[in-house]
Design a protein around this ligand. Structure first.
Ligand SMILES: N[C@@H](CCC(=O)N[C@@H](CSS)C(=O)NCC(=O)O)C(=O)O
Length: 292
């Protein structure tokens, strides 16, 4: 295990190889999200909980969190920042929404330190390269097993630190070899990429896809998180925004099945190839415009 600490800027965000035992102690005691709805709140339950959760995180833990959407590829990007230091991380940025994301980062007074992809996407070009070009000091990050180039190559147990917050890397291959799930230090949120989608999962019919591997990844690395842990996927095609580990353990129509049934379901999805796969994969192997 590489024990080198990668300091991106002194006293600011960095990604470093986590020394498993020492750093597992760093993970704070689990804290349940604030799920109680106030009597004046008339929103439907999921939105109510989410709003309370996010405002609770901002007030109690000093974590800024924004879920952002790109409608052509139905991709979610996630902006997280330490409200005190303003250090920010952007998960799965999309090329077409880079202007929007930079505007938001500016308006919120944040300093983007890391743009990280949960995997080498096949359906859209990542915004990572353009963000690097437009914002000074941004580092790109992706799994070492993705085959892609980036400033930071992550492996299982690594962490991305931003201020007093962190995202811990859990390798969850199966959709691709280099798929990762990023979990907040308190295990209250998991950014699952295409491993777990809400009531679904990533397809396994190209890019080193393997349904057995995906099933094992999810059951070993995601379904073992606390039940209340919020699941934020890289895509949703039905207008859903968030789920929980408990919900997916109970209601995911694919992943609640036996391994054999799951493999059979995945073999028979009959999905058409993503429209942009032939341009997206080569571009994403160099983090979009990484080398430009
Ligand atoms: N129609 C879209 C591609 C849709 C698709 O294949 N989504 C992927 C994730 S992006 S590679 C997937 O795994 N879907 C699983 C599912 O069950 O839908 C396009 O042309 O881009």
């Amino acid at each position: 295990m590489n024990s080198v600490t990668i300091r991106l800027q002194p006293a600011l965000a960095c990604a470093w190889r986590r020394q498993t035992t020492r750093n597992s102690r760093r993970i704070r005691a689990l804290q349940l999200p604030c799920y109680g709805a106030s009597s004046t709140d008339l929103l439907p339950p999921v939105q109510t909980n989410l709003r309370h959760y996010c405002s609770g995180m901002e007030q109690e833990k000093g974590l800024l969190f924004r879920q952002l959407f790109e409608s052509v590829s139905s991709t979610y990007s996630y902006l997280l920042a330490d409200l005190e230091t303003k250090d920010a991380v952007l998960i799965d940025p999309v090329l077409e929404t880079v202007d929007r994301d930079i505007k938001l980062i500016d308006e919120l007074g944040l300093s983007l330190k890391v743009a990280v992809n949960t995997h080498c996407h096949a359906d859209h070009i990542t915004g990572t390269g353009l963000l690097k070009k437009r914002l000074i000091g941004v580092k790109s990050a992706i799994s070492k097993h993705s085959g892609a180039t980036a400033d930071i190559l992550l492996t299982d147990g690594d962490s991305i630190i931003f201020g007093k917050h962190c995202l811990n890397v859990r390798e969850t291959p199966g959709h691709t070899d280099g798929c990762m799930t990023l979990v907040t230090g308190d295990q209250s949120m998991a950014f699952t990429g295409d491993a777990v989608l809400i009531r679904g999962c990533g397809r396994t019919d190209f890019q080193q896809g393997c349904s057995k591997r995906l099933y094992e990844s999810v059951h070993e690395k995601i379904f073992t998180l606390p039940g209340h842990c919020l699941i934020y996927p890289a895509h949703d095609y039905k207008g859903q925004t968030v789920s929980t580990v408990d919900e997916e353990r109970k209601y995911n129509p694919r992943l609640t099945k036996s391994l054999e049934e799951f493999v059979d379901i995945m073999k028979n999805l009959n999905l058409s190839k993503p429209a942009k796969i032939d341009i997206a994969v080569p571009a994403n192997l160099v983090c979009g415009l990484h080398d430009v």
